[in-house]
Design a binder for this molecule. Structure first.
Ligand SMILES: O=C(CO)COP(=O)(O)O
Length: 244
């Protein structure tokens, strides 16, 4: 079984100075756990984090351009992220799909660009409330996954984030998370063969210290992508400890 990944998605929070203070506090309070810890931070904070994070905590970004370089004002390339020390990049977060119109094809292009530069993409999928209420979450999510992984290699992380559970305090039950994680594992096996066994499948949506262990204890869930509970160091320490 792959090592759990505890991926912290700050979203649009923290200035570089605040990021540095968080990293210094984490350095004081974090005790080694069993999960790999990674911070998906606003790109402008990455240099400061690279200098101040505790050793072994990985860095990641929240988005990347699908283009290599050139006349794309405002975009940040995969090579730039690698240069400041990023290992991971989130692609296709539901907030980018919803507010920035990203399609599955865009997400796949970004994931491919990330991999071409040595970054590991964390590809996000997951259904909204309307789909869940119709009981169509598996078919919907697998279709999204298929499009989002088109042409993408197996050095990837998949995050299942049901939109109705993001920032709402409504967490999927451990069984709900496992239902989708198992379906995603089967789809990954069809696509990548035995390499699929080593791919981390994360759950995201109102994860915190008191529910992370039961969710990540499911056979096909290999970690969490955490929003709100990633902002305060004691909450992060609590989640890290819960995965020991
Ligand atoms: O979107 C998420 C992580 O990417 C989940 O956010 P919350 O943990 O705040 O629900």
């Amino acid at each position: 079984m792959p090592q759990n990944l505890l991926a912290l998605n700050w979203k649009m929070n923290k200035t570089p100075a605040e990021a540095r203070a968080w990293a210094e506090e984490l350095r004081e309070k974090l005790e080694p756990g069993e999960a790999e810890l990674a911070v998906m931070a606003p790109s402008i904070t990455l240099p400061s984090l690279a200098a101040h994070l505790p050793p072994g905590v990985a860095l990641g970004a929240q988005d990347v351009s699908k283009h290599e370089s050139g006349a794309y004002t405002g975009e940040i390339s995969a090579a730039m992220l690698v240069d400041v020390g990023a290992k991971y990049v989130v692609v296709g977060h539901s907030e980018r799909r919803e507010y920035h119109g990203e399609t599955d094809a865009d997400v796949a292009a970004k994931a491919k660009q990330a991999q071409a530069n040595g970054l590991i993409p964390i590809v996000c999928v997951g259904e909204g409330l309307d789909v869940r209420e119709k009981g169509e979450q598996v078919a919907y999510t697998l279709k999204q996954l298929e499009g989002s992984l088109s042409g993408v290699g197996p050095d990837v992380v998949v995050a299942y984030e049901p939109v109705w559970a993001i920032g709402t305090g409504k967490t999927a039950t451990a069984d709900d998370a496992e239902e989708l994680a198992a379906a995603i594992r089967d789809a990954l096996t069809e696509r990548y063969g035995s390499d699929a066994d080593g791919i981390r499948i994360l759950y995201g949506g109102s994860v915190k210290a008191d529910n992370i262990a039961s969710i990540c204890g499911q056979p096909n869930v290999n970690g969490a992508l955490v929003g709100g509970a990633s902002l305060k160091v004691p909450d992060v320490v609590g989640m890290n400890d819960a995965l020991k």
